[in-house]
Write a protein that binds this ligand. Structure first.
Ligand code: SDX
Length: 392
């Protein structure tokens, strides 16, 4: 129930793994990246510092951080031919499906990064992925809107570039709001890694066949897309909007979520490992108040979310099952206040999670782990003889 795993001595890489990257304690609600608490990192570090920490194991000094940022900048140009792949999608295509396809397509334009044989090739693949993924992630939105595609501005920061790449239009330079950049930086940190969750395990197992970093990340994007995983941040907003449109009766939805005959679940609630508050949700809930105040946004959905949380946490069904708000419960309210469209919420989760995926892939490849091969408990038919079709 706590996700506790034991390494099966009899079978290497049987689906559980050892890692030095992220520690979480579901009972106590503790989350640490390379030993540093998520609270400290969210409060004192910036996203590229945390990305460096996750990927290379130590917080960078200024020279290392500057070099990392500059090396990422060298790889933010995406091959122009990638645009024809993007244009092949209908404007209505979900951005996560487009992002997964474009990420996989990066292999075709960067074949050398498939097989990393040494530290330098590994480092180049890391910087290429950090640089190009951010750009193509925003292209998925630009395509939907019918806007021209933007290019990374090497005079600006990584998170600042995200907002520019998303919203700058030729007739009107994007007016940067530092409050939004700071809040987004913190949100990306909070999403940066989370041990062996569904999408990270996907990245590790695809990477264990030596399929290459872009292909592994592409698979991680597809896994994250699901509404039970990263797609929950979009589903939470859709749920809150439905409650709001139906008069704000949160008790009715809590009741609905408890009904075993109803497939509806309270999106943004519950977790495979946390049986206590998700520490990220605590930080994001406070950030939601701060960011909406700072932006002068009064969003009724924030009040509905708080009421929903209160009613659920007082309800025996949720209490007895240790169901608490998770990372996805409040994040969408902040994205909405920043003007991010709901269909892009899970793409933002992917941008935040990218360093974690890269770090976990790098750890698995550096440790020369064998190909992933989870075992099973066979529950099918015992041995039986073949029957001719006229005897069936
Ligand atoms: C993420 O793994 C990670 O670390 C993921 C993540 C990360 O950073 O990578 O943290 C990100 O994916 C967070 C989760 C986002 N998903 C949602 O918010 C979707 C809504 N939540 C769920 O569907 C559910 O809680 C899961 C998928 C997150 C966990 O599913 P489990 O493991 O099946 O839940 P469980 O075994 O803990 O359930 C125990 C009971 C069950 O009822 P009973 O069979 O005991 O009667 O709780 C019920 C479940 O039906 N339950 C819920 C519920 N979540 C669990 N009932 C109503 N609403 C919910 N949200």
């Amino acid at each position: 129930a706590t996700g506790a795993i034991t390494l099966d001595p009899g079978y290497k890489n049987s689906g559980s793994c050892k890692s030095e990257i992220t520690f979480l304690d579901g009972e106590e609600g503790i989350l640490r990246y390379r030993g540093y608490s998520i609270e400290d990192l969210a409060d004192k570090a910036d996203f590229l510092e945390v990305a460096y920490l996750l990927i290379f194991g130590e917080l960078p000094n200024q020279a290392q951080l500057d070099k990392f940022e500059n090396d990422i900048r060298k790889h933010t140009l995406v091959n122009e031919e990638m645009k024809s792949i993007l244009e092949g999608f209908p404007k209505t295509a979900h951005p996560m499906g487009v992002l997964s396809s474009l990420t996989s397509a990066l292999t075709a334009f960067n074949p050398k990064s498939v097989n990393v044989e040494n530290e330098k090739e590994m480092y180049d693949a890391v910087c290429k992925t950090m640089g190009k993924f951010l750009v193509i992630a925003t292209w998925t939105y630009r395509r939907r809107m019918g806007f021209p595609l933007n290019y990374y501005d090497n005079t600006k920061g990584y998170v600042e570039n995200f907002m520019r790449l998303m919203f700058e239009i030729p007739t009107q330079p994007y007016k940067m709001d530092q409050k939004i950049v700071d809040a987004l930086d913190k949100l990306f940190i909070l999403h940066a890694d989370h041990e062996q969750n569904c999408s990270t395990s996907t990245v590790r197992i695809v990477g264990s066949s030596h399929a290459g970093l872009f292909a592994s990340i592409s698979a991680g994007v597809s896994a994250l897309w699901g509404p039970l995983h990263g797609g929950a941040n979009q589903a939470v907003l859709e749920m809150l909007e439905e409650i709001n449109n139906n008069g704000g009766d949160v008790a009715k939805y809590v009741l609905k979520a408890k009904d075993k005959d109803d497939p509806f679940r309270l999106m943004g609630f519950g977790h495979r490992v946390y049986k206590n508050f998700d520490p990220r949700a605590t930080i994001i809930k406070k950030a939601a108040d701060d960011v909406l105040d700072a932006l002068g946004v009064d969003d009724p959905l924030l009040d509905i979310a708080k009421q929903l949380e209160k009613v659920a946490l007082e309800d025996e069904y949720f209490k007895s099952r240790n169901l608490y708000p998770n990372v996805d419960f409040y994040s969408g309210i902040i994205y909405r206040a920043m003007g991010i469209p709901v269909e892009m919420f899970t793409v933002l989760f992917a941008i935040g999670r990218l360093p974690g995926w890269i770090a976990q892939w790098k750890e698995m490849r550096t440790n020369k782990e064998p190909i992933g091969r989870p075992r099973q408990v066979y529950t099918g038919s015992p041995s039986r003889s073949f029957k001719e079709v006229n005897q069936r």
